[in-house]
Write a protein that binds this ligand. Sequence first.
Ligand SMILES: NC(=O)c1ccc[n+]([C@@H]2O[C@H](COP(=O)([O-])OP(=O)(O)OC[C@H]3O[C@@H](n4cnc5c(N)ncnc54)[C@H](OP(=O)(O)O)[C@@H]3O)[C@@H](O)[C@H]2O)c1
Length: 239
Amino acid sequence: MADGVVLITGGNRGIGLAIAERLAGDGENVVITTRHELPESQLAALDALGIHTVVGDVTDEAEAQRMVNDAMKHGEWLRGLINNAGINRDKLMTRMSTEDFNAVLQTNLVGAFNMSKPALKLMQKQRQGSIIHMASVVGLTGNVGQANYAASKAGLIGLMKTIAKEGGLRQVRSNAIAPGMVETDMTDALSDKTKEAILAEIPAKRFAKPAEIADVCAFLLNNEYVTGQVITIDGGLTL
Ligand SMILES: NC(=O)c1ccc[n+]([C@@H]2O[C@H](COP(=O)([O-])OP(=O)(O)OC[C@H]3O[C@@H](n4cnc5c(N)ncnc54)[C@H](OP(=O)(O)O)[C@@H]3O)[C@@H](O)[C@H]2O)c1
């Protein structure tokens, strides 16, 4: 396992960091992407866990290719790619600018395509590998104020299913995780009123811990017969 690289985009905080910590703890050879050079103290903390970093922006095709190449300096083969990097720019559809629509699509969907293309090429050659996409329940249900975000996550699910079909012949698997609400900076930005309204709709009556999402990710990385699936982890929100 140690010579196979698991590459996680947006691994410096939130769900991506939780996945990196979990998989490194499991003995995986983890490389995370960060948009900027991290401060020395943070690099040292990651280093202590055996987590490597590569720097770049997933929205840029050439940078994505280069990040995959850089990640491969840390191992012999590509065991996994976790397309986790994502942003939101919420606004009601009628007030949403084209710029905000495009920016979210560019990061959440095109970014995943940019990373998956070189990764899939490597994995098909290796005849093994797993690509996991961080979707969202709103990619399944839609959501008020999230036309851009919901469209990007629904698109990600289509991308995932296609990779699962194209990669299947060469033992490459692809799956998506659809979290509900998770305790990260992304949900911290919501007002208390909005949080309370959402909590009222969640049977579990709490947001997920990032480590709980990492649990599902570890399962999808390791199980060799699950492919083309969306695993919802939402405390019952979509019931
Ligand atoms: N939190 C939730 O409730 C929730 C629910 C469902 C799905 N998700 C999805 O889970 C994923 C992680 O969410 P999170 O809550 O952990 O978000 P977060 O705390 O806001 O972290 C987002 C990560 O993505 C990185 N990123 C953003 N744009 C990027 C780009 N262009 N290139 C490379 N990296 C980029 C960020 O880098 P910087 O640090 O440089 O900004 C950061 O590392 C996202 O795809 C999100 O849509 C989250």
